[in-house]
Design a protein around this ligand. Structure first.
Ligand SMILES: Nc1nc2c(ncn2[C@@H]2O[C@H](COP(=O)(O)OP(=O)(O)O)[C@@H](O)[C@H]2O)c(=O)[nH]1
Ligand SMILES: Nc1ncnc2c1ncn2[C@@H]1O[C@H](COP(=O)(O)OP(=O)(O)O)[C@@H](O)[C@H]1O
Length: 219
């Protein structure tokens, strides 16, 4: 078997910076596999797994889930994807997580969505999700066809428990204290690419052009 050249990317950015929205576009355009730590956690919460029960209070208080637990489950999922190009979303969020990941996989690029906190706070209070699929809507940006109803299944949309203003403040604090140092970590490795702005539709063409130089688009 010949050596494989696989592309591994990480997408970072504060809560509500558009990681999920942009990841969906990257997946559609370039066909990477997407792993979102937040999605994985919410699935575990819904299914009341041991991991979900452990994580619940941290998530609801806007705190990060302990490093050992999240790292174990993410590395396990990545093992299942070892033959694919992938995009990791929401992990790593601490230096410890980044170091553990680096022992196993060295990302080709780390995309940072640099969106101001003021922009984000507004977005999160108008975010609605379909809990079954993780589909994300926004009252202003991408509203569902019928208010409160998922376009695909017709089921009810909900607001995330941790999108309450008080919890958003703790999440932004956790981001500043624990996650910003991870950006420095990757900047020092020379693989950090920063995309700044307040609108996903303006950031996306730049990001697509950047990735297009590294990856062929799906035909
Ligand atoms: N107003 C506005 N909302 C956006 C924009 N981009 C994404 N959103 C919405 O903002 C919320 C947060 O985006 P999401 O992709 O879930 O961010 P994540 O938390 O970083 O994964 C969602 O409700 C999105 O639909 C934008 O450019 N403008
Ligand atoms: N890598 C991680 N380390 C620790 N906790 C995490 C991690 N990823 C997600 N979480 C937990 O899940 C919550 C939701 O994460 P996520 O869906 O990525 O939301 P957002 O980017 O909008 O904050 C976080 O506030 C945190 O409690």
């Amino acid at each position: 078997m010949g050596a494989r050249l696989l592309f591994r990317a990480i997408i970072m950015g504060p809560p509500g910076s558009g990681k999920g929205t942009v990841s969906e576009r990257i997946v559609k355009t370039f066909g990477l596999k997407h792993l979102s730590s937040g999605e994985l956690l919410r699935t575990n919460l819904r299914n009341e797994t041991e991991f979900g029960l452990l994580a619940k209070s941290f998530i609801n208080e806007g705190k990060l889930v302990p490093d050992a637990a999240i790292t174990r489950i993410i590395l396990h999922e990545l093992k299942e994807m070892h033959q694919s190009n992938w995009l990791l979303d929401g992990f790593p969020r601490t230096l410890r997580q980044a170091e553990e990941l680096h022992k196993v996989y060295q990302p080709d690029t780390v995309i940072n969505l640099n969106v101001p906190f003021e922009t984000i706070k507004k977005r999160l209070t108008s975010r609605w999700i379909h809990p079954g699929s993780g589909r994300v809507y926004n009252v202003e940006f991408n509203p569902p066809k019928i208010t409160g109803i998922d376009d695909v299944t017709g089921e009810l949309l909900i607001q995330r428990n941790d999108d309450k203003p008080e919890t958003v403040t703790s999440r932004l604090q956790a981001y500043e204290e624990l996650t910003q140092p991870v950006l420095e970590y990757y900047r020092n490795k020379g693989i950090l690419e920063v995309f700044s702005g307040t609108e996903t539709n303006k950031i996306w063409p730049k990001l697509r052009a950047f990735l297009g130089k590294k990856l062929p688009p799906l035909s």
